[in-house]
Structures are given as structure tokens and as C-alpha cells.
Design a protein around this ligand. Structure first.
Ligand code: C5P
Length: 308
């Protein structure tokens, strides 16, 4: 018995970061937008918990119990008092350590898949609670679409999106650690007053209207200076995309993936080619947004049908 779940990546169109809290996390106003780059997580009944991964970045994915997909299976099994006897296979298309919630996607995907496989009957609310325990971005990977995340990003309010947005993503030659980027944010913030993070009205209106120019004017990422401080070459990638006609360019989440909002598929093509030609990134992908959240895929059809 197998269940496969498809889960999207995300870009943060606004990431407002408050001062460090006593627990070390930061309060956020985090506007998530799910984008059409996906990991597929397949869980299969097995003798014990194992994880395998395929894809261009597969060698960077931990296959032990630190993997968020394994932790998700352990969390649900623990709540139901059952053995987490499952093989988890991750077909990985979302960049690893890229600021696009690839690990979170695998956590949400494995959780939904195990809930189906084990007929565990967890409600949406229980799944969201488990996701929030797994990591700040994991609840959004489950719900997809667009949402405002508050608290450490795990408390979600769904947002309206009026149209399809076109994006280009440039993957960097190495990853960035999210905790390291937040630590750099704290270091750069020393001696400054950090305002409470609030969602931008202009940005929410631009999303709701589906107005790409207004969205481009309103995007912001408070982690971008920290990511650029740790990875200064990203500035060249941002410049190359802007010069090729992107409406705006920003670091995705904690980076180092850079995100370029473009007007249409023709512009996406032009910006992609320019980014590749610039030699400032490892690879380039295009995707549209919003994308649906974690979705159980229909069982694989082998094409072999029994005669009637
Ligand atoms: O929640 P998650 O495990 O994904 O967070 C990874 C790390 O990112 C945390 O350990 C923390 O260093 C940082 N973080 C933060 N504030 C948030 C979310 C994450 O400082 N709101």
C-alpha cells in the first residue's frame, strides 16, 4: 500500500521580522505565496521507518530521523500509539536549504500521506497542530495558496489572490542555514529599534487584485540584508534579473534562492535566459503562483485494465 502527496514550494512576498523573542524565535508578518514547484512524498507500508530521496539535490537531504518527513511520521504514529513502519520516498524538485520551504514541504507531505495510509483520521486542525510543532513554515506547506503567517509564522490566515503571478527562481551554488540568517539579522539589528512586524495593506491589496506591478512595488524581505551579508554574490543575481526586465527581485525567505516577479511567460523566458547567461546562479526555474497546498495524488494508473 502506497500513498503519494504533492507539496508546493513557497516564496515570501513580505517577510517582516520583529526582535528576537525570549525563546529565540522572531515574531513575523509573513506573507506566504505557494508556487508551482513541487516535491512528491510517497509513503509505503514497510517493516521499519526508512527515508530515500531522488532529485538534483538528493545528496544534501538527511535520510535519518532528523528529516522533517520522518519526524512527521513519528509524530502522527506517536499520537495514535502505532509503529511508524513506513518507507518514505521523496522525489525532490524544491531546492535544498534554498529558502523555499523544501524541508517543510516534505514534512507536510509525509504527514498527510501517513494520515491516509494509516487511516489515522486526523482532522485538518490536528494536522495543522502537528505541522506547527514540526516547524514554522510547515503549516503553510499543508494549506498552500496564499496566507499571512503571524506568531513565528505558524498561525495562518488565508489570503485572496486575484490572478496568476509569474515567477522566475535562481538557485544558488550553495545553501544558507535559516538559523544562521536569523542570527545575522540579530547581529545587524543590534543597537536599532526593531518595529513590530505588520502586514502591508498595499501588498495584501495587490495580491487580492492580482496586480503584478503593485505587488512588485510592495514586496519586502527583512531577512534580505542578512542573507546578502552572508552571501554577497546574491546581489549580482538580483541585478542580472532586474536588468533583464523583472518587475522586482528579492531573496526568497532566508535565501539563497532569489525570486523574480515577471509580467508573463515571455518575460519569464527572457529573464531565465539572462540569469543563466549571467553565470551568477546554478540553475533557473519558472513557476506560477498561487499553487494548491499538499494534495493526495490519485493512485498510479499502470494502464493495465482488467477485461470487463
Ligand atoms: O521553525 P523552524 O524550525 O523552521 O525554524 C528554524 C530556525 O529559524 C529556528 O531555529 C530559528 O533559529 C529561526 N526562526 C526564527 N524565527 C521564526 C522562524 C524561524 O528565529 N519565526
Amino acid at each position: 500500500m502506497s500513498v503519494t502527496v504533492r507539496v508546493p514550494a513557497k516564496v515570501n512576498v513580505q517577510l517582516a521580522v520583529g526582535a528576537a523573542r525570549p525563546d529565540g524565535f522572531h515574531d513575523l508578518a509573513n506573507v506566504f505565496l505557494a508556487v508551482g514547484l513541487y516535491d512528491e512524498v510517497t509513503v509505503t507500508t514497510a517493516d521499519e521507518l526508512t527515508v530515500t530521496c531522488e532529485g538534483p539535490d538528493a545528496d544534501q537531504v538527511p535520510l535519518d530521523r532528523t528529516n522533517l518527513a520522518a519526524r512527521a511520521a513519528l509524530a502522527l504514529a506517536g499520537r495514535r500509539g502505532i509503529e511508524p513502519a513506513v518507507h518514505i520516498h521523496i522525489a525532490k524538485d524544491i531546492p535544498v536549504a534554498g529558502g523555499m520551504a523544501g524541508g517543510s514541504a516534505d514534512g507536510a507531505g509525509a504527514l498527510l500521506a501517513c494520515n491516509e495510509l494509516w487511516r489515522a483520521g486526523a482532522s485538518r486542525a490536528e494536522l495543522l497542530a502537528i505541522c506547527a510543532d514540526l516547524g514554522s513554515d510547515v503549516p503553510f506547506s499543508l494549506v498552500g495558496g496564499a496566507a499571512l503567517g503571524t506568531g513565528r509564522g505558524e498561525r495562518l490566515t488565508a489570503l485572496d489572490v486575484g490572478s496568476t503571478f509569474h515567477w522566475v527562481f535562481a538557485m544558488a551554488g550553495r545553501g544558507l542555514s535559516t538559523p544562521a540568517v536569523f542570527r545575522e539579522f540579530d547581529r545587524l539589528a543590534e543597537g536599532h529599534d526593531i518595529p513590530e512586524p505588520v502586514a502591508s495593506r498595499d501588498l495584501l491589496d495587490a495580491l487580492a487584485k492580482g496586480d503584478a506591478d503593485a505587488l512588485a512595488a510592495a514586496v519586502s524581505n527583512d531577512l534580505q540584508p542578512a542573507a546578502l551579508s552572508l552571501f554577497p554574490d546574491l546581489a549580482d543575481t538580483l541585478d542580472a534579473g532586474r536588468a533583464a526586465g523583472a518587475l522586482t527581485a528579492l531573496v526568497s525567505g532566508s535565501g539563497p534562492t532569489t525570486a523574480f516577479l515577471v509580467r508573463d511567460t515571455a518575460s519569464a523566458q527572457k529573464v531565465s535566459e539572462a540569469l543563466l547567461a549571467s553565470g551568477t546562479c546554478r540553475t533557473v526555474r519558472t513557476a506560477t503562483a498561487p499553487a494548491p497546498g499538499a494534495t493526495v495524488l490519485p493512485p498510479f494508473d499502470t494502464g493495465a485494465h482488467a477485461d470487463a
